[in-house]
Design a protein. Structure first.
Length: 328
């Protein structure tokens, strides 16, 4: 997130850290990394650093349709990460640090939340950067351990449907291509792009429905999943990999994670089957891959239809929409 959250005063964030976590903040630096959440690196007077995540509940539709349900979804996702780390013994799970009252996330105000994570020194790959085979095998083994740890998290974890969370937004965008979009500087170019690809996108929705039916008929049992185990969410620190960004955690089919470590030749999926004793469903792999792309298109299109200005985040949304639609 390149732009700072609208209407949030940094002093309110620091107050929440002091009241919720008893942090004696000496300095706070905004960190324009990642997507979806806002981040700060905070240092206390003892020199210890923390990675702070702020979420806008109005932008968390995948967690719940309103602020209260989105907050509950975030609480359950972060609670799952804590259970996996503390009770499941998964050292690679970078979980939020609890408040003295045992909470993983707190409200700054009615719209924004805050969570505190340990600061991890290390390196990560970009989303599109392919890891070498030995690292992909390491990731698969981590996912096997994660999925096997389902019993420690299933009482708190939210269930995540295979259905496309942004479908309503995408269908609204595709149904409103004849009239001018007046949300901001990128609205009209976004409308023209979708109009040019409308027939193809509608076919992809049909493909999604067909795959959903096939996967539902298979009746596979869900496991605890991370949801976004791509290169940007793995950090190599002190010679080992850790997994960050757990707001998407929940109970789903293992293929929700596996498609992101699949290089396409079957090696990673075969390794998972051998290590876990569970057959990988290729239809589910295709479903989650398509689900991701359609949800990205829906999210970026909705953002560019809505009121926006010429900001770095709006420019990023336009580039991402163009790339997603053109490669769909």
């Amino acid at each position: 997130m390149r732009d700072r959250p609208q209407g949030l005063d940094e002093t309110d964030l620091i107050r929440s850290l002091s009241e919720g976590w008893a942090l004696d903040v000496a300095g706070a630096a905004y960190s324009a990394v990642g997507g979806g959440s806002y981040h700060w690196v905070v240092t206390d007077h003892g020199g210890r650093r923390y990675f702070i995540t702020v979420d806008d509940l109005d932008e968390r539709g995948y967690l719940g349709p309103d602020r209260e349900l989105a907050f509950e979804g975030l609480r359950r996702a972060f609670g799952s990460a804590r259970a996996l780390h503390e009770e499941g013994g998964l050292e690679f799970v970078v979980a939020p640090q609890p408040t003295p009252a045992g909470e993983s996330v707190a409200r700054i105000d009615s719209r924004y939340t805050v969570a505190v994570f340990p600061f991890i020194d290390g390196t990560s790959r970009g989303f599109y950067e392919e890891a070498p085979p030995e690292e992909r095998a390491e990731l698969v083994r981590m996912l096997v351990r994660l999925h096997r740890a389902t019993p420690v998290a299933e009482s708190v974890a939210r269930s995540i449907s295979v259905q496309l969370p942004g479908r309503d937004d995408l269908e609204r965008s595709l149904q409103n291509l004849d009239a001018e979009w007046t949300g901001g500087p990128f609205s009209e170019v976004a409308r023209a792009l979708l109009a040019d690809h409308r027939a193809h996108l509608l076919r992809l929705l049909d493909d999604f429905d067909h795959l959903s039916s096939q996967v539902a008929a298979a009746g596979s049992r869900p496991v605890i999943t991370h949801g976004e185990p791509h290169g940007g969410n793995f950090i190599r620190s002190d010679g080992r990999l850790v997994l960050v960004d757990w707001d998407t955690a929940g109970l789903a089919l293992p293929e929700r994670d596996l498609w992101l470590v699949d290089a396409g030749d079957g090696a990673e999926l075969n390794l998972y089957s051998e290590a876990s004793g569970r057959r990988v469903d290729n239809d589910a792999i295709a479903l989650y891959r398509l689900r991701w792309k359609l949800d990205d298109i829906a999210s970026f299109a909705s953002r560019l239809r809505s009121p926006h200005s010429q900001t770095a985040d709006a420019e990023h949304a336009w580039r991402s929409l163009n790339l997603s639609v053109s490669s769909a």
